[in-house]
Design a protein around this ligand. Structure first.
Ligand SMILES: NC(=O)c1ccc[n+]([C@@H]2O[C@H](COP(=O)([O-])OP(=O)(O)OC[C@H]3O[C@@H](n4cnc5c(N)ncnc54)[C@H](O)[C@@H]3O)[C@@H](O)[C@H]2O)c1
Ligand SMILES: O=C(O)CC[C@@H](O)C(=O)O
Length: 405
């Protein structure tokens, strides 16, 4: 039996103890100390001490700034996310926000609520609507920062609505480059793209090079009264600069999914409670993808959709055994592993080794059973974070597979 600690309420139908949807051989647990895996949504795991039993963390969503990736890599814990699984939900909300807030529907709705008891509300409304004249988005310039799963969908939808859409993404993947409409103008420079934008929408992950990437310099290049939309992360904008731009009117409206005390003090701000991915479809897509990656890894040692190790897929094991090595990406690791196995007459049938910056993952299929002494010797190789006996899943794995070194 494998145990999964479910940290957040991941999705409808997947209960806190996780039993209904995890499938045979898996059981939810509240006891972190026995967990093979953690399933998490948006809760921060930065302060969490991970037990030796923990082999992977699956994030049911796109962003992974709530998980200490480097610490996990060094502890031999593979972290997965669910790329693209909630992107349509975010796209629909962002496009909706752009359209509705170009028309100040909120102001209009508030007027109606304020006059709900007036007998002549209908007549009054006809007069009041003058105060809520908006503008159309068609033909206006929008800059999309980050054209990955969410950004490319937002960009394509806005193209279809007749806007002049620019995209900035120096690291775009081949897949997203294909998906992006040819009518999206691809800018190589962020500031160039910001010039003359009526709308700027952010879709980059929170990481070192995106921290506060939108500040006074970029905001001052937008058209006066522009709209800034942030359904990425609050760390991506310099909030003091956003507040100042709202005060001066350089920015007409800031729409953000991230509530915090600074944002709540701003004028002309619309704040939603981190609900970009809150649709039934997105929650289920994310949960299924996260659970599938977790199970592929625990059952077969296959890595797909990891954010701290690289993909490694040899399919299910068809040999006598499979061993996974999570180790530092330094010279002679592979030779030490293969020499150790060869010295004990263990034949390697297949192997694959994939680097991930300072770390690496080596998967080895073998034709012989391993004894405890061999496993101990493999675990004693310097710079190995963890040796997993992936197959046989029961028997050896019950004891040897859970230990770390
Ligand atoms: N509000 C929500 O509920 C919600 C939901 C989904 C995603 N998000 C946030 O949105 C982010 C993007 O999600 P996604 O699914 O599109 O991820 P993604 O990985 O598919 O796309 C991110 C894109 O940003 C690009 N990028 C990275 N660094 C960049 C930089 N310095 N400058 C410009 N582009 C850069 C990447 O090349 C990639 O194409 C997530 O990391 C998450 O933080 C929020
Ligand atoms: O779990 C959530 O609702 C947040 C999702 C979103 O921020 C993400 O990064 O995928």
């Amino acid at each position: 039996m494998r145990y999964v600690k479910i940290v957040d309420n991941i999705a409808n139908g997947i209960t806190r103890d996780g039993t209904p949807d995890l499938g045979d051989g898996y059981q939810g647990t509240n006891n972190l100390e026995q967990a093979d895996a953690i399933l998490v949504r948006a809760s921060s795991l930065h302060e969490m001490e991970f037990p030796a039993s923990l082999r992977c963390i699956a994030r049911s969503g796109a962003g992974f700034n709530n998980i200490p990736l480097e610490r996990c890599a060094k502890e031999g814990i593979v972290v997965f996310n669910a790329p693209g699984a909630n992107s349509n939900a975010v796209k629909e909300l962002v496009v909706g926000q752009i359209m509705l807030n170009s028309r100040n529907t909120r102001g209009g709705e508030q007027w109606v609520l304020d006059h709900a008891q007036d007998a002549d509300v209908a007549k009054g409304a006809e007069k009041a609507k003058k105060a809520f004249v908006g503008h159309e988005a068609i033909g206006r310039k929008v800059g999309v920062v980050g054209t990955g799963a969410v950004g490319s969908k937002v960009a394509n939808a806005l193209v279809a609505l007749g806007m002049e859409v620019h995209g900035y993404d120096p690291y775009i993947s081949v897949q997203h480059a294909y998906e992006l409409s040819h009518r999206v103008i691809r800018d190589a420079d962020l500031n160039e793209m910001c010039k003359g934008c009526d709308y700027l929408t952010l879709h980059v992950p929170s990481k070192e090079d995106t921290l506060q990437m939108i500040g006074a310099e970029q905001l001052n290049l937008l058209n006066p009264g522009a709209m800034l939309i942030n359904y990425a992360r609050d760390t991506i904008v310099n909030e003091a600069d956003v507040a100042a731009a709202l005060e001066s009117g350089q920015l007409g409206l800031y729409i953000t999914d991230f509530a915090n005390p600074e944002v709540m003090k701003m004028k002309n701000v619309i704040v939603t409670p981190h609900m970009g991915a809150c649709t039934r479809e997105a929650e289920e897509n994310c949960a299924h993808m996260a659970i599938a990656s977790m199970k592929d890894y625990l059952n077969h040692g296959i890595i797909r959709n990891s954010v701290n190790y690289s993909d490694c897929d040899m399919g299910p094991c068809t040999c006598t055994g499979r061993v996974a090595f999570l180790h530092a990406n330094v010279p002679s690791m592979i030779s030490q592993i293969t020499n150790e196995l060869a010295s004990r007459n263990v034949n390697i049938a297949r192997m694959m080794s994939v680097p991930a910056n300072e770390h690496a993952y080596t998967l080895v299929d073998i034709d012989n059973e391993l004894d405890q002494e061999t496993v101990d010797a493999l675990r004693a190789i310097p710079n190995i974070y963890r040796v997993r006996i992936v197959v046989p899943a029961d028997g050896l794995d019950g004891g040897l597979g859970t230990a770390t070194n």
